[in-house]
Design a protein around this ligand. Structure first.
Ligand code: KG4
Ligand code: ZN
Length: 329
């Protein structure tokens, strides 16, 4: 039995979680400083790291206690090393290293992107049982900072197939929401408006296809929204929901097309999706439909595990611990 304490402080959140044997989430605590950033329309790094320094001790304590453990029942500490905001990452890293030193247990530094994809392998305690996805797989990561496709042979081998050439998917949602005056973060608002919009396909924004590549580009779609908004925002029948829906449809269609093409090219039957935009209901629906038609099993994390969290860090780290050490425990 191996209990790993995960710590995640890559952006505005301070997360800590205990995960058993890389699968079962015993606790998952997240404190966010989002409310302090909202009036600026984006995350302010200095505010984020200052809050994380305040939160981290109690968040870690709470994660261990609500897992029903004591510190001495923790066998390793996992922490996000990159990518993320430097000051924020440093808070988590220094805390994890100090804790590892004090408890004399290993500290495992993990990659945030791979951890996002790993969220698909986790199981909530007492929650509905989720199947363990099969590897090899293709991984689509769509977050505030990244949009990439990976071929995942196993937990140690990730091959980058393509990535965004400009905005990340979540960033495109956030910037578009800002253009439309919808506040920050933009993804959830656009998602909600698009879901409630009935007259589908009455407006279209084209998206960059780049058919010979698995790279993405979303800035053209965002600019198309900007021009449309500037031109029509004073029309009497102007409808923000219609624009939000057309934007989302455009982004989702490229994500779906390239993910399925990557699965076919790599001949895999599993597609793992991760990152904040994996919460998008339009993406979940369209990708599930398209994948089913190709006999591909698509996995999305539960909504709470799409956003930044420490459970994915603790879970993924289990596979990075040397096998002999795991067996000894
Ligand atoms: O993975 P995440 O929590 O943080 C990063 O590692 O970047 O992703 C945050 C991003 C934000 O850009 C947010 O607007 C977007 O995920 N997001 C969504 C939805 N929920 C969050 N985008 C589209 N639809 C959603 N429902
Ligand atoms: Zn993230």
């Amino acid at each position: 039995m191996m209990n790993i304490l995960g710590i995640e402080t890559s952006c505005d959140e301070t997360g800590a979680s205990v995960v058993q044997n890389g699968r079962m989430i015993l606790s998952d605590v997240v404190a966010s400083s989002l409310e302090f950033h909202q009036k600026y329309g984006g995350v302010i790094p200095e505010i984020a790291s200052r809050r994380q320094l305040e939160f981290i001790h109690s968040v870690v304590d709470e994660a261990v206690i609500s897992a029903g453990k004591k510190m001495r029942g923790i066998h390793a500490v996992a922490v996000t090393r990159a990518p993320g905001l430097l000051g924020s990452l440093l808070v988590g890293l220094s805390y994890a290293r100090a804790l590892g030193f004090a408890l004399n247990i290993p500290v495992i530094e993990t990659d945030h992107i791979k951890a996002h994809l790993y969220a698909n392998f986790l199981q909530a305690r007492g929650g509905e049982k989720r199947p363990v996805p099969q590897l090899p797989a293709v991984g689509l990561i769509v977050s505030g900072g990244h949009s990439s496709l990976y071929y995942i042979r196993d937990f140690h081998h990730f091959q980058l197939l393509g990535q965004t050439r400009d905005d990340a998917a979540g960033e495109a949602f956030d910037k578009t929401a800002r253009i439309l005056g919808l506040g920050y973060p933009g993804g959830p608002v656009i998602d909600r408006l698009a879901r409630g919009y009935q007259r589908k396909n009455s407006l279209r924004f084209s998206s960059a296809q780049m058919p010979d590549s698995f790279d993405f580009s979303f800035s053209g779609t965002k600019t198309a929204v900007l021009y449309h908004h500037q031109k029509h925002q004073r029309d009497p029948d102007y409808d923000t929901a219609k624009v939000a829906d057309a934007f989302q449809t455009s982004v989702v269609s490229v994500l779906v097309k390239k993910s399925i093409a990557a699965c076919l090219k790599k001949r895999v039957r599993t597609l793992l999706v991760g990152g904040g935009v994996a919460a998008n209901s339009g993406l979940r629906q369209a990708l599930s439909d398209e994948a089913a038609g190709h006999g591909i099993a698509v996995a999305f994390p539960p909504l709470s595990l799409c956003m930044d969290n420490a459970a994915m860090v603790a879970g993924y780290a289990y596979h990075l611990v040397d096998a002999k050490r795991r067996k000894d425990l």
